[in-house]
Design a protein around this ligand. Structure first.
Ligand SMILES: O=c1ccn([C@@H]2O[C@H](COP(=O)(O)O)[C@@H](O)[C@H]2O)c(=O)[nH]1
Length: 237
């Protein structure tokens, strides 16, 4: 069975748990994601541990956000780990995004538009008025103009972003929750089936999989649901 376009967020308290989750889900998904919790605790060694023998794609979600020179240095520092994807914040601006792209020619640089945990009310308080979709579209265009090959947005905005940036940019959506699952601290959410049907290329899913009794079986179940969506919509990954 072809693995599904899912990046499982390995937000684990320790390396053993992360490596166990990675080995359980790896037959069913293309990618595992290492974020701040794991990377700040264990550093670069974590990448080899979760990659394991399978050689699954590793998505390094560090959400870099600093001046261009500092981001370029940070990107060079992790380039030897050969992550498939590295995140930077689109809000760091075009020069910062370009610095990351130039520092890591063999990694997809993904620009995070607006965090999926932010509600419309939060955004309003932050001075981002109007529908989140408008700001996400603007940040997407800016990031792609600066060379980003991928974007991170909520599944609620993915169709709008696709129409903004065209077919060649990889769209990554966290904030994915199977029907009936708790949204937890995520605000702008949709189901895996909806995210995929609307144009997401890679679905980031953490706790609904890793917090379940059997992460391997849960990942396999979501992968099967995506295959059914693919058959029903004619959209392939
Ligand atoms: O806007 C964003 C950007 C990144 N994330 C990351 O995705 C996962 C989501 O985990 P869940 O357990 O499925 O909520 C997590 O690692 C975040 O750091 C995001 O949620 N939103």
């Amino acid at each position: 069975m072809t693995p599904a376009p899912i990046a499982v967020a390995l937000d684990a308290p320790d390396l053993e748990t992360a490596a166990r989750w990675a080995s359980l889900v790896t037959p069913h998904v293309t990618t595992v994601k290492v974020g701040l919790e794991l990377y700040l605790r264990y550093g670069p060694d974590v990448i080899a541990s979760v990659r394991g023998a399978s050689g699954v794609r590793v998505f390094l979600d560090l959400k870099l956000h600093d001046i261009p020179n500092t981001v370029a240095g940070a990107a060079r520092a992790v380039a030897r780990l050969k992550p498939a994807i590295l995140t930077v914040h689109a809000g760091g601006g075009p020069a910062m995004i370009r610095a990351a792209v130039e520092a890591m020619p063999h990694t997809q640089i993904a620009a995070v538009t607006l965090l999926t945990s932010l509600s419309e009310a939060d955004l309003d308080q932050m001075g981002v008025n109007g529908p989140p979709e408008d700001a996400v579209r603007r940040l997407s265009a800016l990031a792609v103009g600066a060379g980003a090959q991928a974007l991170v947005c909520s599944p609620r905005e993915v169709a709008a972003v696709r129409s903004e940036v065209g077919p060649d940019i990889t769209l990554i959506t966290p904030g994915v929750r199977p029907a009936g699952a708790a949204s937890q601290d995520q605000a702008r959410v949709a189901t895996p089936e909806q995210a995929f049907a609307d144009g997401a290329d890679l679905l980031v899913i953490g706790r609904p999989i890793t917090g379940s009794a059997d992460p391997g079986a849960t990942a396999a179940g979501i992968a099967a649901a995506l295959r059914r969506t693919s058959a029903a919509t004619g959209r392939h990954h």
